[in-house]
Write a protein that binds this ligand. Structure first.
Ligand code: HAM
Length: 421
């Protein structure tokens, strides 16, 4: 029996790659205009990095991490997200001493042992961005403006930005206590998961999809009514700046995040088009994380987008993998050899050219040219080689143009320019 891939881990096949490359290229282009630099960190880290940053009582750390003991007896984990590794690297390499390294972006695979379904996988990909060292609410608004700009640029419009504040070390403990008190009186109505976690991670109960939990928490105290003055002011200013930048958003005081490092502003870009997996991007502030990981007391804010979910929302019909610009059909042995050399020359000149090496008949070679969707083709035989001319055929309508063989590259380039114009 042949070996198949691992459940929840997908191949990204050539016919799907155009969408991925388009999203990555748009992200790079947009992030660069906002001053972000790319960072690449390993896919495995010490387990402790994630348990300390994401939080021991979160679903990710409790249930979803791919954790192994390596041959050196170290506990290592396939990264379930990108923020903690990027902060680890930022601290380790003292990037805070470099003027140009405070806005970082990354793209790559993440791993969570979740139950796979549409839009939820065990290996998935994120494109993320982080800003370190600035707590000005204008930064929060600018990060969200960039995120929103990205969605517009790639043509994904059926999303809405949900905004909340989760407070800080000064106000969240009080809110947590208030919420636990509220939940204690309604324990019977909560699902088993929430009964277990209401005292360790009470905010998660607000986010539970179980009908009983939703009903029981309908009148729960709002985090936004329990912010300290500083958090309240910050949240107010973020909204003011979002309005100034004309970034649409909705306040959602029940939006909590599945990672513990957040403070103040949190957000999710959600869609109704993907069923239960409604978050296409998410993030927020994490003003205590860098210090918690042993670095200086610097604030941070960022987001990550789920690339598989973006691909599902993308209008892909205009995105095409590159097709050959020229197909060379060769007739006879001498033409085969000449074609082989010409093909290589064209490729050196930046022209995407193809030919057949399996000795197909002329008819079969032309069928292949059609299948590959080649824009132009030529048929090269002894006659063409002797005359030094060849007929350049436009595959879409069969129109032909006689050209000198030694001008092939220039003629194709000119013809392709004409196609684009
Ligand atoms: P997160 O909400 O855990 O945040 O993940 C961000 C996004 O990754 C989600 O909104 C979703 O689109 C995608 N995603 C998460 N899990 C899966 C999965 N199993 N399958 C497919 N897509 C998934 C973080 O990871 C934070 N590090 C974001 C952040 C950056 N916060 C600050 N900076």
């Amino acid at each position: 029996m042949s070996i198949t891939g691992i459940k929840g881990m997908n191949d990204i096949l050539p016919h799907d790659i155009a969408a991925w490359q388009f999203l990555e290229q748009q992200a790079r282009q947009i992030f660069h205009t906002y001053g972000y630099k790319e960072i690449r960190v390993p896919v495995v880290e010490k387990t402790e990095l994630f348990s300390r940053s994401i939080g021991e009582t979160t679903d990710i750390v409790e249930k979803e991490m791919y954790t192994f003991v390596d041959k050196g007896n170290n506990s290592i984990t396939l990264r379930p997200e990108g923020t903690a590794p990027v902060m680890r690297s930022f601290i380790q390499h003292k990037l805070y001493n470099e003027a140009n390294s405070s806005k970082l972006y990354y793209m790559g695979p993440m791993f969570r042992y979740e139950r796979p379904q549409k839009g939820r996988y065990r290996q998935f990909h994120q494109i993320g961005a982080e800003v370190i060292g600035q707590d000005d609410p204008r930064i929060d608004a600018q990060v969200l403006a960039m995120l929103s700009h990205f969605f517009t640029a790639v043509g994904i419009t059926n999303v809405s930005l949900q905004l909340n504040s989760l407070g800080c070390n000064a106000c969240r403990p009080d809110y947590r206590r208030t919420l636990i008190e509220f939940l204690t009186q309604r324990l019977d109505a909560l699902c088993d998961d929430c009964k277990r976690r209401y005292s360790t991670n009470p905010l998660r109960v607000l986010d539970c999809k179980a009908a009983g939990c939703k009903e029981a928490t309908a009148t729960a105290p709002s985090v936004l009514d329990n912010l300290c003055t500083e958090c309240e002011e910050h949240f107010h200013k973020v909204q003011h700046h979002l309005n100034a930048l004309e970034v649409p958003y909705e306040i959602n005081n029940r939006m909590v995040r599945g990672l513990d490092y957040y403070t103040k502003t949190t957000f999710e870009m959600v869609t109704t088009a993907l069923g239960a997996q409604n978050a296409v991007a998410a993030g927020g502030r994490y003003d205590g994380l860098i210090q918690e990981l042993g670095g200086p007391a610097l604030p941070g804010i960022g987001f990550a987008m789920g690339v598989e979910r973006l691909v599902l929302l993308l209008d892909t019909h205009k995105l095409k993998a590159p097709v050959p610009q020229l197909f060379i059909a060769a007739l006879g042995e001498r033409a085969q050899q000449e074609s082989f050399v010409i093909l290589n020359r064209l490729q050196h000149q930046g022209i995407y050219a193809e030919m057949d090496f399996s000795g197909k008949s002329l008819k079969a070679q032309m069928r292949l040219a059609n299948k590959l969707d080649s824009v132009y083709s030529i048929v090269l035989g002894d006659n063409e080689l002797e005359a030094g001319t060849v007929s350049l055929k436009r595959m879409a309508d069969g129109t032909e143009m006689n050209i000198e063989l030694h001008t092939l590259a220039a003629s194709i380039t000119a013809a392709l320019d004409g196609e684009e114009a």
